[in-house]
Unconditional design. Structure first.
Length: 122
């Protein structure tokens, strides 16, 4: 019988946890965790999911799609309207790489710390 596990947290390395928490808070609407500091910030969802952002000295951002510095983690989010979500994310500080392998099925972005993430239609 397989062990039944439930994902409760994801933590991203970065140079500036507060900045990355602000970006994902604006993008997702998740609540800032009350214990957030300049070295470790977090966001929480009502279902208990926690997204953490931890300061790492000499952090090197991923170079997606180039793998000279691998992507380290990859998050996927579903949205109702790809164009609307893209505009909001770019305004919030995301970048959209030229390389877009998903065609019209999904779009790849990078957060302010360089981590790639994708948007798909809900």
């Amino acid at each position: 019988m397989p062990l039944r596990m439930r994902l409760t947290a994801v933590t991203l390395d970065c140079a500036d946890p507060e900045r990355l928490a602000r970006f994902y808070r604006q993008a997702t609407g998740l609540a800032l965790h009350p214990g957030s500091t300049s070295d470790f910030a977090g966001l929480t969802h009502e279902d208990g999911l926690f997204i953490g952002f931890q300061r790492v000295d000499d952090y090197q951002a991923p170079r997606w799609p180039d793998q000279t510095v691998p992507q380290q983690i990859h998050l996927d989010f579903s949205v109702d309207d790809l164009d609307e979500a893209e505009a909001l994310l770019l305004e919030a500080g995301a970048d959209k790489p030229d390389h877009q392998p998903g065609g019209d099925r999904w779009r790849v972005f990078t957060d302010p710390a360089g981590h790639p993430f994708c948007l798909t239609r809900r």
